[in-house]
Design a protein around this ligand. Structure first.
Ligand SMILES: C[S@@+](CC[C@H](N)C(=O)[O-])C[C@H]1O[C@@H](n2cnc3c(N)ncnc32)[C@H](O)[C@@H]1O
Length: 266
């Protein structure tokens, strides 16, 4: 795959969104809690010595992990320095937690340093899945588990289809299919569970959705997006196309395809 996602733009956009993220990220919160249950209830992981929260954002789930596993050493890692600054100043978790700036595709961590890798809605911003999974495998201890939640290609298809009636630019991030993710796994990572679900959010007005995407920093980060301002006529045409999705209850839907992937290192 060529360079599609601009990592600098990812880091800048999430850094900028750090102060608003927690109040706008209701869906992200719900999904992260589901992932936590998979780790503690389904997998029955009891006392991991060290946990990596990969793409920790504001550190909300790092803090949740700390409450469930107070004796574990935790690393909250993110590519966005603004997110980490927010996490450091809002989550006072003591010396058991290290905040590290880094890229999931090239982790600045020692091999076999984590017994658990937890990652909620972060790895969809990685386009080189082979590099990502090979790094997850490298930092996991033998027998260690990775609990991952990510987004699939049907995510925000309404937004993508509405824009496609207006121009040929890539306005919506293109996420990878489960098959592509599974194909990228190295031979020492076994699949314990792979699940997917569609979540549909509803809005009265389109601007509520676009404001929310901005508030969580999840703008389009693909290279080749439309440059400059979107002209009023194009925005009007886009809105009109999105209105075709309005449901009988009068709401505008926004779909999220969520993948859960639980892996175990041999
Ligand atoms: C939607 S937020 C989720 C944050 C947190 N996991 C949560 O659920 O609250 C995605 C996070 O992934 C981070 N991220 C994106 N690409 C990354 C990469 N290549 N390496 C590390 N972090 C990355 C972003 O900076 C952002 O903080």
């Amino acid at each position: 795959m060529g360079e599609l996602i601009n990592k600098q733009r990812v880091a800048e956009s999430f850094s900028k969104a750090a102060p608003t993220y927690d109040s706008e990220a209701a869906l992200q919160r719900d999904i992260g809690h589901q992932l936590l249950l998979k780790l503690s209830d389904d997998l029955k992981v009891i006392k991991p010595s060290s946990i990596l929260d990969l793409g920790c954002g504001t550190g909300y789930f790092t803090s949740q992990l700390h409450s469930i596993y107070p004796e574990s050493h935790l690393v909250g890692l993110d590519i966005a320095s603004g997110m980490l600054a927010h996490a450091r100043s809002h989550r006072h978790l003591g010396c058991e937690v290290s905040w590290v700036c880094g890229d999931a595709e090239s982790l600045p961590l020692k091999s076999q340093s984590s017994s658990v890798v937890f990652s909620s809605l972060a790895i969809q911003w990685c386009e080189n899945s082979q590099a990502l999974f090979s790094e997850i495998s490298r930092v996991l201890q033998p027998g260690g588990v990775a609990c991952l939640a990510t987004l699939g290609p049907k995510t925000l298809f309404e937004l993508r289809e509405a824009w496609s009636t207006v121009d040929d630019y890539r306005h919506v991030n293109q996420f990878q299919s489960m098959i592509n993710l599974i194909d990228a796994l190295p031979s020492d990572l076994d699949i314990v569970k792979s699940e997917s679900e569609m979540r549909i959010l509803h809005y009265s007005h389109l601007k509520e959705l676009t404001r929310e995407l901005k508030g969580i920093g999840a703008h389009n980060m693909n290279v080749g997006q439309a440059k400059g301002l979107t002209g009023p006529a194009r925005v009007k045409a886009f809105r009109k196309a999105y209105e075709l999705f309005r449901d009988p209850q009068g709401c505008l839907p926004a779909s999220y395809e969520v993948f859960y992937l639980i892996l175990r290192k041999r």
